[in-house]
Structures are given as structure tokens and as C-alpha cells.
Design a protein around this ligand. Sequence first.
Ligand code: ZN
Length: 273
Amino acid sequence: MPEMPEVEQVRKTLAPHITGKKITAVEVRLPRLIKFPSAEEFAGRLTGRTITEVGRRGKYLVLHTDSGSRLIVHLRMTGALIAQSSDKPEPPYAKIKFTLSDGVIMWFTDIRTFGTLYLVTDGDYYIEGYETLGPEPLSGDFTPAYLQPLAAGSRRAIKSFILDQTVIAGLGNIYADECLALAGINPMRAAGSLSAEEIDALCRAVNTVIAQGIKNRGTTFRDYKDGEGKSGENQKYLLVYGRGGKPCKSCGRPLATAKVGGRGTTYCEFCQK
Ligand SMILES: [Zn+2]
């Protein structure tokens, strides 16, 4: 599933192709992907609008239009937004076609069709999970002083705690494992058991891991592609994710795997205390 660095990479690669473009037609081939309003209204309200800005919040893409409405997209498992010239062949699994001015088509493609799209104007729809997002990694709001009181007294596993989008926006299973590996913290520890030094180390690790993911244009295992249909490179640099049984990059012992909060987890039993 695309996490914050992948969605940020989609944002960066889409923006130059679609910002300032007018939406001249919208063809929804799978109406159930549109969660609000109806697919018909979605297409009607977007047609004739100009995309003014391409933003992101957590794992959501936020396309602003000149009417003040926002097209909010969550890619979920296998969704992708790809901008390409109208003379190029249609990409596979195309579910929504946005025809833009100047010969550009923005495709929403989705293999497993769990993606969700919303067209909202302030206050007319409450997107579950979007309104309650915590601070962004790499932002001034994401600090040890913010994290410490939330973790204090919490008996939740630290991995489940940092996966909670109301605590930090944008981490998923890959980057959560990577952050805990870099910080040297066992994913099963209770969040409330972390010392002030460990909270500091965790905050630094989250920022480092996310910045590295963005720099490497995201992590591609199977399906993730950016806004130009290209794969990421970050999978080459992962410390633990997907490396169960392989040697730890610090101590050389085999990495362990476990389930934490129902999520597959890879970690080093020796380096992560
Ligand atoms: Zn190790």
C-alpha cells in the first residue's frame, strides 16, 4: 500500500502535468470508487473546473479546484493516478478517465479497486480518517514534545501506536518497521514504556526514514507507480521490511518476524530493545 513517501512522490510527479489544466470531461467506469457525491454528480461538478493546486495530507492526495472544491483521493492497496498525453495508449486497469486541457489525460487505475475518491467542498462531507489525521512527519508539529504525552501511559505496542494515523499521518507497515529498526526499538514494546531518549530517537528515525523514502521516490514491491507511471527505488535501501530471516544489517544475525496488532512485522531481536 502506498504510504506517505509514495503519495508525496505521486503528488510531485503529477503536479507539473495537471496544475492549471481544465477538466473537460470525466468518465467514471466503476461508480463505487466514488464515495461522495454520486458518480454522476462527481463527474458533473468537476467538468469545467480548473485544477489549481496538487496537495497531500497523510496518504491522501488533495487536488484543489477553482470552485473551492477538493478532489480527495486515497490510493489504498493498488490505486494510481497517472498523467499522460492523450495520444498514449490507455493504461491497464483504468477505472476513471479525466480529460484535461492541452491533450493531457489523468487516469485513475486500480487493480484491486479498493481506492476511494471524494469531491468535497468545506463542510459538506465528513471523510472518516481524513479529518482526524495527526501531524505530518518532517513538519514542525511532529516533535518529541508532541509525541511524549500521547505515548505516556499507553499500553499499545509502539508499532501499533505509530501506525495510528491520528498520532502520525502517513506511516504504513513498511515505514513503521523501518522507523523502529533505525531507532533500535522493539516493535512490541508498550508505547508508554519508552524513555524520553527513546521518544527523541523515534522522532528522528521517523523523519530520517520518511525523508529517505521521498528522496528515493518511494518503495515499490509490487504495484506502486508514481504520477508518471514509474517505480520507486527505496526498496533497495530497506533495513528490515521484507527481509525476515536475512541478516540484520547491523549485527548480521537473522531478522525475526512476528505479528504485531495483526500486521506482519520484521525486526532484529538483538538490536531492537
Ligand atoms: Zn541486529
